[in-house]
Design a binder for this molecule. Structure first.
Ligand code: ZN
Length: 60
């Protein structure tokens, strides 16, 4: 717990599935990230979020 990343335990946000959380995290990031918005290319963080989303979707 050294850093302050905002990792919430599954289910903390009422009723959201892991898939929805992963999708929302990716979309919110791309809307707020200067690199993603400025270049249209996923930055490393966006790529990690997209991978997490794909894995959640594949597991759904
Ligand atoms: Zn980004």
């Amino acid at each position: 717990m050294a850093d302050s990343t905002d990792e919430k335990p599954a289910g903390e946000e009422a009723g959201l599935s892991g898939l929805q959380q992963a999708y929302t995290a990716f979309i919110v990031h791309t809307q707020q990230c200067a690199v993603c918005r400025g270049t249209g290319i996923d930055c490393a963080d966006a790529a990690a979020l997209k991978t997490a989303w794909r894995e959640a979707r594949a597991a759904a």
